[in-house]
Design a protein around this ligand. Structure first.
Ligand SMILES: [Zn+2]
Length: 257
């Protein structure tokens, strides 16, 4: 039985907002590290200073520094390598990492898979429309050609599907929409992975990706959005057929079959 959404508890506006509590030392250091990555124009894979340097730079205890780095690592914003060549590197701004955090929030909010699919169905056509209107046509072609030309035809792994939707999010040209809405798509993929180990992209999906990619390359926003809408309706039908329990509660991340 589904509980009616209206009866779910509402957040109280009068309750102290968690963000208003004083940030811990480690959280402040985490923020400083991000600010330094930005001001020093560091990119993915660039090395951060070693631990001794960072202890001096941020004037914190070793435990606070490690906690700060751990906070950033959990969110994929830095990568901590051990062993030879060890050190901390700038991570990748990956919607899939945000999706992990989003999953925790949505689980606690008792969001259901059906609602996640609804949200995905609404936002993805918008991204396709924006991608088609991206002014950097060379970049659009570079990212979309592999999907438009049928070169990805033999690729049936779910990752290829995720890569396609990531590329659309990237091409939307708006990092806010690309990251936030991209995370919704990544979360859908994650939830499908948690339910089945054998889901492969269907012929219909591969051809739909081709059609969307061609519309994006042609700069036709409405056609790209329409093709995306059709594609997601089809994916939804496929998921329902493959997984009768697809509509239930979200599953905890990191517990793939
Ligand atoms: Zn797709």
């Amino acid at each position: 039985m589904k509980s009616p959404p209206a009866k779910r508890r509402r957040r109280s506006a009068s309750r102290a907002h968690p963000a208003q509590r004083a940030p811990k030392r480690a959280e402040k250091v985490a923020l400083q590290i991000i600010q330094d990555i930005v001001t020093e124009r560091k990119r993915e894979g660039d090395k951060l200073p070693n631990e001794v340097e960072m202890l001096g730079k941020y004037a914190v205890s070793r435990s606070s520094l490690r906690e700060a780095l751990r906070l950033l690592e959990v969110q994929g914003l830095v990568t901590i390598r051990s062993g030879p060549g060890s050190g901390t590197e700038v991570g990748r701004i990956n919607p899939a990492n945000l999706a992990g955090t989003l999953a925790l929030y949505l689980m606690m909010d008792r969001a259901e898979m059906e609602q996640l699919l609804d949200a995905w169905g609404m936002v993805e056509p918008l991204l396709a429309d924006l991608a088609a209107r991206n002014a950097d046509r060379d970049y659009v072609r570079a990212l979309m050609e592999p999907f438009a030309s049928g070169a990805a035809e033999g690729e049936r792994a779910m990752q290829t599907g995720l890569d396609f939707h990531d590329a659309i999010a990237e091409l939307s040209g708006n990092p806010v929409l690309g990251l936030v809405l991209g995370a919704v798509g990544a979360l859908v993929t994650e939830q499908v992975r948690l339910r089945t180990s054998s889901f492969e992209l269907s012929d219909a999906t591969v051809h739909a990706h081709e059609a969307i990619a061609r519309a994006v390359i042609a700069g036709d926003g409405p056609a790209a959005a329409e093709a995306m809408r059709d594609h997601l309706d089809e994916v939804r039908a496929e998921l329902r057929a493959a997984m009768p329990d697809i509509g239930g509660a979200l599953r905890p991340p990191g517990q793939a079959l």
